[in-house]
Structure formats: structure tokens, C-alpha cells
Design a protein around this ligand. Structure first.
Ligand code: SF4
Length: 587
């Protein structure tokens, strides 16, 4: 039995009819815990087969778990939808204050149906839901300004999150994200475009409730165990100190840092854009998601002259994480740290996914280099490696799409390459642009077989570094290793734990923490549940047309030597075949 029965509350909002209601779904949460486990069931219920991802029938599901608000680093909200980018499962996670706000507002999940005819933003204030006219916010240049305006108008007390889209979401770009609390994002797979298709500019959720704890002594003990592990051991130290940009130099050293559209895997300018360099010269502030003592969010302070007056300056605070930094930095040959920060600021301003944008611009640069496109297509811009000013001009054109070429870029790298050529160097897996790891075969296989084509799904990059360097796994062994990791991560995302705490939230601790929240699930049962949730996600993918038979692997990954040497295409395809067989055996 759930100790806090508000977790079982699912809030339904219909944007077409401007109605809302709450349904109690205790069985759903009892069986699937919360987060992605509950969310994928709701997606199966709500999303009709083959529906238009940018149509009113595509739902938005937000789900949290029983540990959000109770334990440290349980700080994520999971969103599910049909992705306009991949055409199948859309799943995106973000922290900020979102998860705690949803829990304290008294919900375990929120389902948003339908579409509005006019721009609106939705406020959810405990049991009150309001549909507010957002016409004045629609078309606003920056998501930061839109957030400020909403903050000024909505003065609700309590824990509050403001999720909002930028111009990219309004223009239905299928890799547009949703910004939350300015520096966090539901970045990948196009949640922003789904918001835009519903004319939903923003979602404001305020929670004033509290969570019951029936066994304070045991709760305190487990809380302290997690807190101490998070702040006083090495488990999460790197995330606080340099943050994920710590990866730049080690990946570059082993030859795994994708550079200039993966024409190279080592970048001569790596030291100029490393975590160390940013920390020394630009770090202005660290932030944390709500209920996280780690504070991994690193903000650079970029001070620049402002206006024509002498001694006038403005300082912009810009978040820098490894993945956006790789995509807008080495991938575009950019070693100018200030220029790189300006690019990160530019994509954040319109809420585009930085990873997809960087990979798409890298493809466009190589396409122009090879003569597949010219300045006629680029509207006079000479896209060139290392020239951040050319990319600063191109990003707004991707958003506004003034011609066929930018319309193609706005639909993703696979789509653009299908029109202009260059599919061999269109770096995407399952249509999702690649993450920043050329560590070996597991990174790329992992991105392809992952349910959301995300490097965090099964951490193939880590398998490469831990295992393959020393001893090559058989295709079967690698397939099993990746799937095992991904199944376990379904439990972490059902709890809505931050993946950075994965070395703390091991099965035994998860089982004990869940007991505090009223769940009695043994560690071995967690593994079984993880497998079931993973199968349910694949069921959705297959239903919507994803195939492990007919797929595109960009030739480039086999041309540029990785950290473990040149990749063997036969081995990669054999491993994918093994994944297919394992999944087929589970049906
Ligand atoms: S480690 Fe970072 S991303 Fe994870 S919850 Fe803490 S602040 Fe948020």
C-alpha cells in the first residue's frame, strides 16, 4: 500500500475542452512505482496507434515517483509523448524544481490531452487549474524573458516550476526542447514541438503540500546514508567540482571526442574548452535541482561590452554541460570559449536541443565543404569549422526557416541528408543526433538500441571504457551487457532518480528506500520489473514503426578510429542482431 496516497493521483487536463479532473490510479503506481514505469502505461492508454506526433491526439505525460521529495537526488520529472523527431517513443527527463513541485501539488502524474486554439499557459496550483491566455508571450525572442514575465504574473507560494518553450517549439521544430527554471531542459526528442503543437507556451506548477513519513527513525537513517554518500564520498564529487565538462580532456586523450563532424576524434583545442578552463576563467555559480545537495549545474559568467557607452557591460549566466559543449564545440571545431558560450546561449534562448543543433550544423558544414550545398542554400553564410560567428547567424535561420534548406535542417540531420546527400556523415541513431562519445562500438550500438536513443539509457560509452579496452566481448555478451544496464535504469527512472546518483541508488538501497514510501519490492523483483518496463517501451516503439531490421548506421563511425581502434562493422551488426533476438525471446 502506498503510504502517501496522493502519489496515485493522476491529473488529466484537456486543452481542447478546457477541462480537468483527477483520477485515483493506485494499482498503476503499486505495480509500476512511478516515473517511466507509470508513464509508459499512460502513454499506451492515451496515444492512439500511428497518431500524428504534432496532432491534438498526441498526449504529454509527466510522471514522478515515490522518492521525489523524500530523499536526496530524487529530483527528476519524466515526460513521455510520441516523438516528432524519431517518430516513436519520446521520453525526456529534467530536474530543476519540477519533480518536487508536482509531488507537493499532490500528483504522481499529469496527462495533457488535446490542443488549444490560441496560445495559452497552464497553471496548476495544488487542486486548481487555470488556462491563461499566452498570446502576448507567443513569439517572444527568449525563453528567459517569457519565464520572467510569467514569474511576475503568477505569484503563487510554495514550490514552483515554470516549464516553457521558445521560438523553436512554437515553430514545431522536432528537436525543440522545454526549458525549466532557465538552466534545465527537457532537451531531447522534441517535447518543445509537442507543446508548440498544442499552443501550450508554458506549464506552471506550484505545490504546497507535504509528504507523510510513518517511520521517522528508519527514514532518517536511510536519508543520512544517501546524503553522506552524495556529499562525502567520491560517488558524485566530479559532478560538483568540474561538472560533466570534466569529460572533455580524458575523452580527448583516449581519442574519443567527436571533432568536426567526427572527421577526427581528437581536438587540438580541447584544453581551451575543458571543464578546467571553464572553472578557472568563467565559472560564476553552481546551482542544484530541488532536493539535491550536489549542485552539478555550472553557470559561466560571460561579461561583455553593452551598448555604445564606455564602461557599460552586461553579464550573462550560461549553463555549460558536457553534451551541449561537445556538440557546439569540438563538433564544430570551436575552441574559442567565449564564442562557444555565445552559441550555448543562442540555442538556450530559443530552446533548441543543443546536441541535435550542433550535429546538424556539423553535417551542414561538411556538406558545404564538399559542395553538396552552397551559399545559395545557406543564405550567404560560409559555414566553416571554428568560426562561431557563422553558426551564430545560422541558428536563428534554422528556427525561422526562410528557405527549403533551413526547413530541411529544421527537420533533423537524417532528413536534411536525405535531400542534399551526405547520409554517410549524417550522425544520428534512430534519427536522434549522436552524443559526444566515440569510445568504441558499445557507444554507438548503445545509442541505436536505446529506447530513446540516448547515451544515458545504457551507457555504452562506459562499457567501451571499462570492458572492451581490456577484453573484447562477444556480440552476445555486449548485447546482454547493454540490455541489462538499460533494464536497471528503468527502475531509476521509475523512481525519477538523477542518473548521476546511480552509484548510490543500488538495488538494496532502492528496496529499503521504497519501504519507507510503502512499497515492498525485493531487489531481485526490481530487476524483473525493470525488464518489464523496458519491454513496454519497446512495445510502443515497434508499434509506431521502429525496426531493428531496417536501420541506418552512418559510415563515418567506421572510418574514424575510435578509442579502441577502427570499428568492425560486422561486429556492430552482429551485436544488433543479438539484441533483436533477445528482445524477440522476451515477447
Ligand atoms: S546531480 Fe545535478 S542534475 Fe542531478 S539532481 Fe543534482 S543538480 Fe540536478
Amino acid at each position: 500500500m502506498l503510504k502517501d496516497d496522493t502519489l496515485a493521483n493522476v491529473l488529466y487536463v484537456d486543452l481542447s475542452k478546457k477541462q480537468f479532473w483527477v483520477e485515483k490510479r493506485p494499482n498503476l503506481f503499486d505495480k509500476y512505482i512511478g516515473g517511466v514505469g507509470v508513464g509508459i502505461q499512460l502513454l499506451h492508454e492515451e496515444c492512439p496507434n500511428g497518431c500524428d506526433a504534432l496532432g491534438a491526439q498526441n498526449p504529454i505525460i509527466l510522471a514522478v515517483g515515490p522518492l521525489n521529495g523524500l530523499f536526496p537526488v530524487a529530483s527528476k520529472t519524466i515526460t513521455l509523448f510520441k516523438s516528432p523527431h524519431s517518430g516513436n517513443l519520446g521520453e525526456s527527463h529534467a530536474g530543476g524544481r519540477s519533480a518536487i513541485a508536482i509531488r507537493l501539488a499532490g500528483y504522481g502524474a499529469i496527462v495533457i490531452r488535446g490542443a488549444s486554439e490560441i496560445p495559452l499557459y497552464l497553471t496548476i496550483d495544488n487542486n486548481q487549474v487555470h488556462f491563461r491566455d499566452a498570446s502576448a508571450l507567443w513569439g517572444m525572442r527568449s525563453v528567459i524573458t517569457a519565464g520572467r514575465v510569467i514569474r511576475g504574473k503568477e505569484t503563487a507560494a510554495g514550490f514552483r516550476t515554470i516549464m516553457r518553450i521558445g521560438r523553436a517549439g512554437e515553430k514545431l521544430i522536432p528537436y525543440a526542447g522545454v526549458a525549466t527554471e532557465t538552466y534545465r531542459h527537457f532537451g531531447r526528442l522534441g517535447l518543445g514541438a509537442v507543446f508548440g503543437s498544442k499552443k501550450l507556451k508554458a506549464l506552471v506548477i506550484s505545490g504546497k503540500g507535504s509528504l507523510p513519513v510513518s517511520d521517522p527513525k528508519s527514514y532518517q537513517k536511510i536519508y543520512d546514508e544517501i546524503y553522506q554518500a552524495a556529499v562525502n564520498t567520491s560517488a558524485m564529487k566530479k559532478y560538483h567540482d568540474l561538472g560533466t565538462p570534466e569529460n572533455v580532456l580524458p575523452l580527448n586523450k583516449i581519442g574519443a571526442l567527436p571533432t568536426r563532424n567526427l572527421k577526427d576524434a581528437q581536438f587540438e583545442g580541447a584544453s581551451q574548452i575543458s571543464g578546467e578552463t571553464f572553472a578557472e576563467h568563467y565559472l560564476g555559480r553552481r546551482l542544484a535541482c530541488a532536493h539535491c545537495p550536489v549542485a552539478c549545474i555550472h553557470l559561466a559568467a560571460l561579461r561583455e561590452p553593452y551598448g555604445d557607452e564606455d564602461f557599460f557591460y552586461k553579464t550573462s549566466m550560461i549553463a555549460y554541460d558536457y553534451e551541449p559543449l561537445y556538440a557546439m564545440g569540438p563538433m564544430l571545431g570551436i575552441s574559442d570559449a567565449r564564442g562557444l558560450l555565445k552559441l550555448l546561449e543562442k540555442v538556450d534562448e530559443v530552446a533548441l536541443d543543443a546536441m541535435s543543433t550542433g550535429v546538424i550544423l556539423a553535417w551542414a558544414t561538411e556538406a558545404q565543404e564538399q559542395g553538396l550545398i552552397s551559399e545559395k542554400e545557406t543564405s550567404g553564410i560560409n559555414l566553416s569549422w571554428g568560426d562561431y560567428t557563422s553558426y551564430l547567424k545560422a541558428i536563428p535561420l534554422i528556427v525561422e526557416q526562410p528557405n527549403d534548406f533551413y526547413q530541411a535542417l529544421a527537420r533533423g540531420v537524417v532528413h536534411a541528408a536525405s535531400i542534399y546527400g551526405g547520409m554517410d556523415f549524417a550522425l544520428a541513431f534512430g534519427k536522434n543526433e549522436m552524443p559526444g562519445y566515440h569510445t568504441g562500438p558499445a557507444a554507438h550500438i548503445g545509442a541505436f538500441i536505446a529506447t530513446r536513443h540516448h547515451h544515458c539509457d545504457n551507457a555504452g560509452y562506459s562499457v567501451d571504457q571499462k570492458v572492451l579496452v581490456k577484453e573484447k566481448l562477444t556480440p552476445r555478451e555486449l548485447a546482454e551487457t547493454l540490455l541489462k544496464e538499460e533494464r536497471w535504469r528503468q527502475i531509476l527512472t521509475s523512481l525519477a532518480i538523477c542518473f548521476f546518483a546511480r552509484d548510490i541508488y543500488k538495488p538494496d538501497l532502492v528496496s529499503r528506500a521504497l519501504q519507507i514510501a510503502g512499497f515492498d519490492i525485493a531487489p531481485e523483483d526490481l530487476h524483473r520489473l525493470g525488464e518489464e518496463i523496458h519491454s513496454e517501451k519497446y512495445r510502443f516503439k515497434f508499434r509506431e514503426g521502429f525496426s531493428l531490421d531496417d536501420y541506418h548506421l552512418p559510415k563515418r563511425i567506421f572510418e574514424t578510429p575510435s578509442a579502441v581502434g577502427v570499428l568492425d562493422e560486422k561486429y556492430v551488426r552482429q551485436t544488433i542482431e543479438q539484441v533483436k533476438q533477445i528482445l524477440a525471446g522476451r515477447k
